[in-house]
Design a protein around this ligand. Structure first.
Ligand SMILES: [Zn+2]
Length: 195
């Protein structure tokens, strides 16, 4: 009984949770992906995190503590960019960043299709890996059919959404703060202006 309350790796004879239709031992277990079964019966994917990722999480936890004065809880976001940026903004900004660094167009196209940037193949489940390869193949397929690179990786495709709205709110706040400082702080109060 207690064993079922632990999270542990699934058996090799289980159909792989990535839904490739293969058994786990013939599928994701051959990759760097480990499938675990949690006490509530659901599957979760455990990956071997890179040192860079671990360091980024450590820094994010430190930044969170200095900002909010308490340790991060599991429900808090490690990377608060999601609070101020919509998914569409993230996509667009990522595409622009990739273009600026002369990233190969096929990689940008695959990012738009899968949300992944040049992933480590071993970190993907079999199905995720197949989807990534399919996206790359699709890029070449459309290129052969005469589509231009610009057609395929247009950086303006996702709408600029929340970021602009927030920038405007910040500008309005800055305007009022400036007014306040000019009126009440520098002139020593609105009612007794020094001439
Ligand atoms: Zn699998």
């Amino acid at each position: 009984m207690p064993a079922s309350f632990r999270t542990r790796e699934i058996s090799g004879k289980t159909p792989c949770p990535c839904e490739s239709g293969k058994l786990y031992r013939d599928c994701c277990s051959k990759r760097a992906v480990k499938w675990m079964r949690t006490p509530d019966g659901s599957y979760s994917k455990k990956m071997l995190a890179s040192p860079e990722f671990c360091e980024a999480v450590k820094q994010a936890k430190r930044a969170f503590k200095s900002l909010f004065g308490r340790a991060m809880r599991p429900t808090d976001r490690a990377f608060p960019g999601g609070y101020i940026e919509s998914l569409a903004d993230t996509r667009r900004n990522t595409v622009q960043m990739l273009r600026a660094t002369d990233c190969e167009p096929k990689v940008i196209y695959a990012y738009l299709k899968t949300g992944r940037v040049a992933p480590e193949p071993n970190d993907l489940t079999t199905v995720e890996f197949d989807q990534y390869v399919a996206a790359i193949n699709e890029y070449f397929h459309y290129r052969e059919q005469g589509a231009s690179v610009e057609d395929l990786i247009d950086p303006e495709t996702p709408e600029r959404a929340l970021t602009d709205a927030l920038r405007n709110v910040l500008l309005i706040c800055a305007y009022f703060v400036e007014e306040y400082i000019n009126t009440y702080v520098l002139r020593g109060g609105g009612s007794s202006n020094v001439e």
